[in-house]
Design a protein around this ligand. Structure first.
Ligand SMILES: CC(C)(COP(=O)(O)OP(=O)(O)OC[C@H]1O[C@@H](n2cnc3c(N)ncnc32)[C@H](O)[C@@H]1OP(=O)(O)O)[C@@H](O)C(=O)NCCC(=O)NCCS
Length: 155
């Protein structure tokens, strides 16, 4: 089993000039899925990747070990209409490469997200979690809330 120390892990927030990193992830993102045998979701065109990463409501962190992508975390900054903190985060998606799970990469990604929250006056983060990942989120301090997540797909 390959090993790493936390000092080897580099986590960076992507910006509009990092479109190629997002595109590379898109062609192998099945390896970051609960079931890596599914098809990858497919890469964006370069201009679309640039536009996505330039969106001020998008936070996208990449975790790298020796240049290899081993994890990612995508959050959406959601403005609040009420008094109190100006925004909260919606954790849209995260994944650790299947070969690198259970070695602290997911927890490290969340720690970087929390550091960002503390630096930006954001106090809450929500995640519509899949069942597989619930135990991970609970280990990292998330708690179940009331209600259910519903979805409607048109067409
Ligand atoms: C969920 C996921 C991101 C966790 O990443 P990871 O890098 O393996 O997590 P870590 O190694 O940082 O784990 C942190 C803690 O959670 C625990 N944990 C990790 N995955 C877990 C799981 N599926 N169920 C229960 N506990 C889990 C670890 O044992 C560890 O506990 P410890 O600190 O007491 O040792 C990873 O399994 C993954 O990519 N899954 C597929 C995609 C997915 O489900 N994403 C979430 C979508 S909502």
């Amino acid at each position: 089993m390959a090993t790493f120390t936390n000092a080897d892990l580099r986590i960076r927030l992507l910006g509009p000039d990092d479109g190629h990193a997002l595109i590379r992830l898109g062609v192998t993102d099945n390896l970051f899925d609960e079931d890596p045998s599914v098809e990858p979701s497919g890469a964006l065109a370069y201009d679309a990747a640039r536009s996505f990463l330039g969106d001020p409501t998008v936070l996208f962190w990449l975790a790298e070990l020796g240049g290899e992508t081993v994890g990612f975390l995508h959050c959406c900054i959601q403005r609040r209409r009420t008094a109190g903190p100006w925004a909260e985060l919606l954790l849209m998606e995260m994944g650790t490469h299947a070969d690198w799970r259970r070695r602290g990469i997911g927890r490290s990604l969340l720690a970087v997200m929390e550091e960002w929250m503390q630096g930006h006056g954001v106090e809450e983060v929500w995640v519509p979690a899949n069942v597989y990942a619930t135990g991970f989120y609970e280990k990292c301090g998330f708690a179940k809330d009331e209600g259910e997540i519903l979805v409607k797909a048109l067409g």
